[in-house]
Design a protein around this ligand. Sequence first.
Ligand code: NAP
Length: 339
Amino acid sequence: MSNTDKPSRNRQFLLAHRPVGEPGPDTWELAEASLHEPADGQVLIRHDYISVDPAMRGWMNAGKSYVPPVEIGAVMRAYAGGEVVASKHPDFSEGDAVTGVLGVQEYSISDGKGLRKVDLSLAEMPIYLSVLGMTGMTAYFGLFDVGEYREGDVVVVSGAAGAVGMIVGQIAKLKGSQVVGIAGGPEKCRYVTEELGFDACIDYKAEDVAQRLGVLCPKGVDLYFDNVGGDILEAVLSRIALHARVVICGAISQYNATKPRGPANYLQLLVQRATMRGMVVFDHAARYHEAAQAMSGWLGEGKLKHREDIVEGLEQFPDALMRLFRGENTGKLLLRVDH
Ligand code: NAP
């Protein structure tokens, strides 16, 4: 890093208060920290894109989960992608493009753990935070490993126009399945069927999901990939086939609920000898390369489409996060950081 382009300040979003229900204006503090040179074994990274994820809402809650909560006063946890601007680490050089869990901030210092080098000549950074990143990995391992996808499965996916859902449905189509998406609004449903090539899409805001599934999947649903929980999970459970598999990937409809609720009709699992299994993408980290290779192949052949929904400016983070809960994103939601 030369003296002329040496950054001295680092704007960062700190978790100021744990929200009860929806995050509000007092949830965040936009702070400015001074930046120091990396020490031996460290790199300084300039963040160009920050991933905005529904999981962030869970990370803000106190208590035991699959990762520790973000502490009050700490930088909000986030995946990010950017460039190494100074390095005292043997494995990283200035100019390397990297992704990692680096936080909602303009810069970060890393000791290299969990930092992944990416090749921007093969794909642009937003793609490494989308289909070739955490959400793409979630789709792949959720469908094949957790969902134990079988040839001929009738697949239903909620959050179908979102980062995970758009990939789940396309992979299942590539494998020859009948795929039905569930999404909010006619515009998203049009995107899911006409652009992503799903066989059908149910607009849960305007249609009766269980009734439509009865018509679209008369023999029942073999694999349900659930991103949303709540009423939609209950509706799909009422239509599962014998030996169905239900993947609990997420339940965004419940993340801001002060009294989250589960499906009353879970005995459908008994009736249909079905399984419902939760997943956490990190459990599959040792095999990310396998998924990335498959996805890169499909991307290269033009068989896998993807969309990134990019909001400009770090200061937009609080509102960008709420866009997920308002359903205002189509595809992977990212923040672009100006420098
Ligand atoms: P996303 O689908 O790109 O964005 C969230 C979408 O959720 C919104 O666009 C909205 O779409 C929908 N939504 C919001 N409120 C809803 C409600 N009340 N009822 C139904 N749908 C609602 O987000 P993503 O990153 O792909 O994540 C999808 C899910 O996967 C989330 O639950 C997330 O937590 C989970 N996830 C889990 C893992 C894991 O390892 N388990 C990893 C990644 C993501 P509509 O306009 O269609 O409503």
